[in-house]
Design a protein around this ligand. Structure first.
Ligand SMILES: Cc1ncc(COP(=O)(O)O)c(C=O)c1O
Length: 307
């Protein structure tokens, strides 16, 4: 999937050119995975280009940093505003925004404390994450042989670079076996999430999604979808979900900033429901995309105009 990157990157208080945004090879992050980051989208909306749930993303960034004892030099409001400035500087409307906080180079060794905390923001234009027709026709996925990170190993609630080594194993295995995405189980063998998405499963009109205790990232799209489904009158249960529930589900879909709401049409070559986007999935997709047309009412601070 091609991307058009912005010409400028915000680097620790100033804009620098894309080609100058380099770090030293001995930076702590390169050797020990010490980064926390966010993935945020700006949409073209009824009020002009606007960033979706910006403040909530930056709060999660700060939470991830706090878990890893990283002191970020900028407040939630400052980073939020700077994300908007970065989109403007790059003359983008709809785009993807990536704030990342890393441990840079200070001294060498696992002990992270003597390395500087650095903050960067990059932006780029990106298409549909799981393929162009995925939003309409759904994706074929598999269960991964790799489990999701277990409690007391790496914290799943933090969005950190290191967690994505696990995601990469899940994604690579899925791709080499001909699937778009893999679903990992938690350390108890229950459904956790995709390599970069939360999952929802629907049976007999009841919508289920794994709870935070199933080693999931607390996705903001997941939160949006729970909100929208309740508004649409559906019951949403955050419950432990056995793997085989997916085989006999009527509908299933992924949620994520990149994946948005992507239907799942088969898992391990077993067709889910009719093998097409389900009715509830389509309803919640419409409600989601209607947020950006002003047709679905959501809390006002979910859209931050770029102006
Ligand atoms: C592992 C994982 N789970 C879930 C999500 C979905 O989170 P969000 O909806 O906040 O993008 C992501 C997306 O970044 C992810 O990487």
């Amino acid at each position: 999937m091609g991307a058009t990157f912005g010409k400028y990157i915000w680097s620790n208080g100033e804009f620098i050119k894309w080609e100058d945004a380099n770090i030293h090879i001995m930076s702590h992050v390169i050797h020990y995975g010490s980064s926390v980051f966010e993935g945020i989208r700006a949409y073209d909306t009824h009020i002009g280009p606007a960033v979706y749930r910006l403040n909530d993303h930056i709060k999660r960034l700060h939470d991830s940093a706090k878990i890893y004892r990283m002191d970020v030099s900028w407040t939630v409001d400052e980073i939020s505003q700077t994300c908007i400035e970065t989109v403007k500087k790059n003359e983008f409307g709809a785009c993807y925004i990536r704030p990342v906080v890393i441990r840079g180079f200070g001294t060498f060794g696992v002990n992270p404390f003597d390395n500087p905390i650095e903050t960067y923001i990059a932006t780029w234009e990106w298409g549909a994450y799981l393929g162009r027709d995925a939003l309409e026709n759904g994706v074929d996925v598999c269960f991964s042989t790799w489990g999701r990170i277990a409690p007391n190993t790496l914290p799943a609630l933090a969005k950190t670079g290191a967690n994505y080594m696990n995601s990469q194993l899940i994604k690579m295995e899925a791709i080499v076996n001909g699937y778009s995405e893999g679903i990992a189980l938690d350390n108890q063998g229950f459904i956790s999430e995709g390599s970069g998405e939360n999952i929802f499963v629907i049976k007999n009109g009841v919508v289920m999604t794994p709870p935070l205790s199933s080693s999931i990232l607390p996705g903001l799209t997941r939160d949006t979808v729970i909100y929208l489904l309740k508004e649409l009158g559906y019951e949403v249960k955050e419950v432990i979900i056995p793997r085989e529930t997916l085989f006999i589900a009527d509908e299933a879909f992924f949620t994520g900033t990149a994946a948005e709401i992507t239907p799942i049409r088969s898992v391990d070559k077993i067709q889910i429901g009719s093998g097409k986007r389900g009715k509830i999935t389509e309803q919640v997709q419409n409600a989601f995309f209607n947020i950006f047309k002003g047709k679905t009412k959501v809390p006002e601070d979910w859209l931050s105009p770029i102006k």
